[in-house]
Design a protein around this ligand. Structure first.
Ligand code: C5P
Length: 224
C-alpha cells in the first residue's frame, strides 16, 4: 500500500484536528496539528514581549524558538514542545487564541513554520491540519479535504470544549474570537485560508464524528 499525504484545512473549530488524528491513527500515519506550531510561537512572543510589528525583533525571536512534537501518553496523540517545555495546555489559552492570527499572518513566521512542516512530509504517511496545508505547504498532496460547518454549530462546539476547562468563559467571547480569527486568516496577504481547487469539501454540520470519519476514510482508501 502506498503512503500518501492528507491535508485537512478549514475555518476555526470545524473539528479538523479531531478528524486528522482519527485518520492518522486508523492509517498508522503521523498526525501534525500545524495550528499548535503557530500557537507555540505566539506563546513565546507574548511571554518575551516581542514587538511583532518589527521584522528584526521577529527574526531574532524565531531564531530562539525550537518546536517539537513528542508523543503524549494517549495513543495517536502528541504534545507541542516549545524549547523543551510541554506547552500543549498553555497554547490553548484564550490569550494565545486572541493573538495567534495576527502573528500567523507575519511572512517570516509563516516561512519558519512552513519550512518545518514540509520537512515533516518528506517521508509521506502524514495527515496535517491547518489553514494553508493544501494550498501552500503540500500543494501536491494526494488527498486534500476542506472542512466546513455552520458558524453557529462551530461556536457551540468550541464553547462546550472551552467551558469544561474554564466555566467563566462566555459564548460571546468564543463567537467573537472565532469570527476574528476566520476574518484575519481569510484576508491576510501571505497564504490566506482558501479551499485548494482540487480539495474535496466535507460539511460536517449535520454529521456525527463517526460519520465524518467514515467519509474521510473512504476518500483516503480510494487514494491509497
Ligand atoms: O488550528 P488552530 O485553530 O489551533 O490554529 C490557530 C491559529 O493558527 C489559526 O486561527 C490561524 O491563525 C493559525 N494557523 C495558520 N495556518 C495554519 C494553521 C493555523 O495560520 N496552517
Amino acid at each position: 500500500m502506498r503512503k500518501i499525504i492528507i491535508t485537512i484545512d478549514g475555518f476555526s473549530s470545524c473539528g479538523k484536528s479531531t478528524l486528522a488524528r482519527e485518520l492518522a491513527s486508523e492509517l498508522n500515519y503521523v498526525f501534525i496539528d500545524s495550528g499548535a506550531m503557530y500557537r507555540a510561537i505566539t506563546l513565546y512572543f507574548l511571554r518575551h514581549h516581542i514587538n511583532w510589528e518589527k521584522t528584526k525583533a521577529v527574526e531574532k525571536a524565531l531564531s530562539e524558538i525550537n518546536l517539537e512534537f513528542q508523543p503524549s501518553g494517549e495513543p495517536g496523540k502528541s504534545d507541542m514542545y516549545l524549547n523543551d517545555e510541554n506547552v500543549e495546555l498553555l497554547i490553548r489559552d484564550m490569550l494565545v487564541s486572541e493573538n495567534v492570527s495576527a502573528i500567523a499572518a507575519i511572512k517570516e513566521v509563516r516561512e519558519f513554520a512552513v519550512e518545518q512542516q514540509q520537512k515533516m512530509g518528506k517521508r509521506k504517511g502524514l495527515v496535517m491540519d491547518g489553514r494553508d496545508i493544501g494550498t501552500t505547504v503540500f500543494p501536491r498532496a494526494e488527498l486534500k479535504i476542506f472542512v466546513t460547518a455552520d458558524p453557529a454549530v462551530r461556536v457551540e462546539r468550541r464553547f462546550k470544549e472551552l467551558y469544561e476547562k474554564n466555566p467563566k468563559i462566555t459564548i460571546e467571547e468564543v463567537k467573537s474570537n472565532l469570527e476574528m480569527r476566520d476574518y484575519i486568516d481569510s484576508n491576510r496577504e501571505v497564504s490566506p485560508l482558501r479551499k485548494a481547487d482540487d480539495a474535496v469539501v466535507l460539511d460536517n454540520t449535520n454529521l456525527t464524528r463517526k460519520e465524518q470519519f467514515e467519509k474521510a476514510l473512504e476518500w483516503a482508501n480510494n487514494k491509497i
